[in-house]
Design a binder for this molecule. Structure first.
Ligand code: ZN
Length: 228
């Protein structure tokens, strides 16, 4: 069982509040911004990050990269302590594992199209939720923080502009809202290993499998093989 709470105010306040609430995991959502051709997924962890935070961040970055067909950035998908320290203060004050997500580039027009699309937002939410279920299988309070938005010290900050239209923070919020709905959906099996087949946002097939099962995909036969 998961609960979700969105934390607002300045970044240090959000983290202190989540610590007081004994959240089990902390997620701050951004989109990256550099050039129009920047093209990778990365997660920032605090300079004091635990192994769990690093593994969680790498898992998420790798799955985002695979889904959208882009590389991972940083050190195998993570940047410990942020870019020249930027981002570190958003997560290093947490008592629990914490990640700052930079899945796509607001400055890249193709990424911006994905960020504005329902299907892109759903895919990002789905990957985030799967990462939370995988790394925090016992449930608990998940702390969400929308990057840039709702800071008392800078209430008009919305982060980077998206190429075309829109801004980083409003779309980060949409992804987190979708992730919240997925996490709270009660019909998901609580534990075990599950194989799924999806078409777009639609789940076509779902089956619990043995923890030790070797699942193989044959691209020549277009066949997913699950042992008995
Ligand atoms: Zn940002």
């Amino acid at each position: 069982m998961y609960t979700v709470k969105f934390y607002k105010g300045d970044y240090s306040k959000r983290q202190n509040d989540a610590n007081q609430d004994k959240a089990v995991a902390y997620v701050e959502h951004h989109f990256n911004s550099f050039t129009a051709t920047s093209n990778y997924a990365v997660v920032i962890t605090g300079s004091n990050a635990s192994t769990t935070s690093k593994n969680w961040g790498r898992w998420y970055a790798r799955e985002v990269a695979e889904h959208f067909g882009i590389p991972v950035g940083g050190d195998n998908g993570i940047k410990v302590g942020g870019f020249g320290g930027r981002g570190d203060g958003s997560i290093k004050h947490t008592d629990m594992p914490a990640v700052l997500l930079e899945p796509l580039f607001a400055s890249n027009p193709q990424h911006a199209e994905i960020i504005r699309s329902e299907s892109g937002q759903s895919a990002l939410a789905q990957i985030l939720v799967e990462s939370i279920r995988r790394f925090f299988p016992d449930g608990g309070l998940i702390a969400f923080s929308v990057g840039h938005k709702y800071k008392d010290s800078s209430p008009h900050d919305r982060g980077a502009p998206l190429a075309g239209r829109g801004n980083e923070a409003d779309f980060a919020e949409k992804v987190l809202e979708k992730a919240q709905a997925l996490l709270l959906a009660a019909d998901h099996p609580a534990e075990g290993r599950i194989v799924r087949v999806m078409q777009g946002d639609t789940l076509l097939f779902e089956k619990r499998i043995d923890e030790d099962a070797v699942v193989t995909w044959s691209s020549g036969r277009d066949l997913l093989f699950i042992p008995e």
